[in-house]
Design a protein around this ligand. Structure first.
Ligand code: C5P
Length: 231
């Protein structure tokens, strides 16, 4: 059995969240008495799983410096990038000299405030001896259709279809190298896809369905409901 490695969290939080049609980026919208990002970070910090949390924030973001959590001793701020992958890479660079090449990094969307310590522990315990790492995911219950325009061109066999969630857990050195090698590739919409493109085969670990991503306005009410249920 190899030595258990330290874990670090990376939170990309430099998106604008256009689909929310709000006056501010979705991570700063109010939810159950706090902003979305405060819930997310408090849950990561409260899980006791991480040495530190590196958060990627847009350089033009006026909201972040106003939050008390921005000066938490275990929170490191890094400049955000053009795409999500650029933001993640920037946060990884901010961990240089702190994280060891073989330490684990768990990348978690700022917009997923309902993450539980249980899910984090489950992911880490399942994958900590794995050579590559993997992601929380959910199987698809709906029948899936391939569509062109508004016409169905095929039905997809859902037996092999899973929805990728976060956290996504990979070795620090391997993830940084994969994101550097795939920089600018529009197909890279999560960390796993960068590793897949280089031939690695990340694992999936079944996550909880309440780990939703705030994307549309109605998701805030759903997140509040899940938080009440979790409490
Ligand atoms: O837009 P979407 O919900 O897919 O974004 C997922 C996460 O990536 C969000 O937490 C968002 O703030 C972050 N992101 C980022 N930098 C970008 C784009 C998105 O950190 N350039």
């Amino acid at each position: 059995m190899t030595k258990t490695r330290q874990c670090w969290a990376v939170v990309p939080a430099a998106g604008v969240g256009k689909r929310m049609q709000a006056d501010r980026p979705k991570q700063y919208l109010p939810l159950a008495g706090k902003t979305v990002i405060e819930h997310t970070l408090l849950r990561l910090l409260g899980s006791q799983a991480f040495q530190a949390v590196a958060v990627a924030i847009s350089l033009e973001d006026p909201y972040w410096p106003e939050l008390a959590i921005a000066s938490h001793p275990s929170v490191i701020t890094a400049p955000g990038g053009k795409e999500r992958a650029d933001s993640v890479l920037s946060a990884l660079k901010a961990l240089e000299g702190k994280a060891d090449e073989r330490d684990w990094v768990l990348v978690h969307d700022a917009a997923r405030p309902c993450i539980t310590a249980d899910d984090i522990q489950h992911l880490i315990q399942t994958l900590e001896q794995d050579a590559v790492g993997g992601i929380l995911a959910l199987s698809s219950h709906d029948t899936l259709k391939h569509v062109e325009g508004n016409t169905i061109t095929a039905s997809v066999n859902r037996q092999h279809i899973w929805r990728a969630l976060t956290p996504q857990m990979f070795r620090y050195g391997m993830l940084r190298a994969a994101l550097q090698q795939t920089e600018g590739n529009p197909a890279i919409t999560d960390e796993a896809s960068a590793l897949e493109l280089l031939g690695w085969q990340p694992k999936i670990v079944e996550g909880r369905p309440d780990n939703i991503k705030i994307t549309r306005p109605e998701d805030l009410a759903l997140a509040q409901f899940y938080m009440e249920q979790q409490a």
